[in-house]
Design a protein around this ligand. Structure first.
Ligand SMILES: N=CN[C@@H](CCC(=O)O)C(=O)O
Ligand SMILES: [Mn+2]
Ligand SMILES: [Mn+2]
Length: 310
């Protein structure tokens, strides 16, 4: 189920001038010094269960290939912790295995960045963070910030999938008597039913629709996000690449007719990164078999680069 560091993915241009490093020259197998730990979740079992277009299990390798050639401006180390792979439809076991790895990385002082995988990655990521925080606090004030065209709050009673992770997390929080704090930014009213909007309202979700996210509203959204973050001690950032317009991210299961441009999303992600509360991040839904000229993989890599820029 677990794949280790794969050197063949970390290849790229080597410039002869000094101080010209790129990620492929710096990323290393996990070591003791705390750093960013990339961890792949090679799964599209949740997408399949959700009747989507399969192929996201190849996402982690494609993100690494796109990251490899980006310029290195960081101080601290970046590690590649390999992949957790979902075998067949064994999604629950894979999510649990992902949780175990995320917990281990957090306990070792690393900042895990999980590379999906369908958005079912979120329930595995969260399990790892919940184990970590739950061992330290009775009622952790954890905020989840999801950039996504979809709420992914479908009823998990019948089947769990890439469309249910935040409803699963809400249920798990209720069982633990933990607050459920969830922000979904970039959601499309056209792509989410009334039932999903009602569930989001019942759960007190902070919502900013795709069509309300513009250059002129960015300041107000940033202020809203600041208020959300002020109520939290820890943050989990999750980015579903289908929040981007189809021209920026064609390689996803459900491309967005409208979407929110990377140009608008990036400053909000910087704000989250700079809060000092970000414990965990993941990227979801990259499907290389539907990508065009690696656009989506490049957008994903750029987001990882931005989340870890420090
Ligand atoms: N993670 C994806 N979730 C979406 C997919 C929508 C679609 O396939 O059209 C959802 O379940 O709503
Ligand atoms: Mn989505
Ligand atoms: Mn999603």
């Amino acid at each position: 189920m677990a794949d280790r560091f794969n050197d063949t993915l970390w290849q790229g241009r080597a410039d002869p001038e000094p101080d010209s490093d790129r990620w492929h020259q710096k990323v290393a197998p996990v070591a003791e010094t705390p750093g960013v730990a990339l961890l792949g979740f090679a799964s599209d079992a949740g997408v399949r269960r959700n009747h989507g277009r399969p192929g996201a299990s190849e996402g982690p390798a494609a993100i690494r290939r796109a990251l490899a050639n980006l310029a290195w401006h960081r101080q601290g180390p970046v590690y590649d912790a390999g992949d957790v792979r979902c075998e067949g439809d064994a999604l629950e076991a894979a999510q649990q295995a992902l949780g175990v790895r995320v917990h281990q990385l957090l306990s070792a002082g690393h900042f895990p960045v999980v590379l999906g995988g369908g958005h079912e990655v979120a329930f595995g990521s969260w399990q790892g963070l919940a184990q970590y925080l739950g061992a330290r606090e009775a009622h952790p004030r954890l905020g989840i910030i999801n950039f996504d065209a979809h709420f992914d709050l479908r009823d998990p009673a019948a089947v769990t999938s890439s469309g249910t992770p935040f409803a699963q997390i809400a249920n798990a929080c209720e069982q633990r008597h933990w607050p459920f704090r969830y922000a979904c930014l970039g959601v499309s009213r056209a792509s989410n039913t009334r039932a999903l909007f009602r569930r989001a309202e019942r759960l007190g979700v902070l919502v900013h629709e795709d069509r309300a996210m513009r250059e002129s509203t960015l300041e107000a959204i940033a202020a809203d996000l600041d208020r959300f973050m002020a109520d939290c001690d820890h943050l989990y950032l999750t980015v579903d690449l289908d929040v981007l317009p189809a021209c920026e991210a064609p390689g996803v299961s459900a491309p967005a007719a409208r979407g929110v441009s990377l140009q608008l999303i990036e400053p909000l992600i910087q704000q989250i990164r700079d809060s000092g509360k970000l414990r965990l991040a993941d990227l979801a839904e990259l499907n290389p078999s539907h990508d065009i000229d690696s656009r989506t993989a490049r957008a994903a890599a750029r987001l990882v680069w931005c989340i870890t820029e420090q």
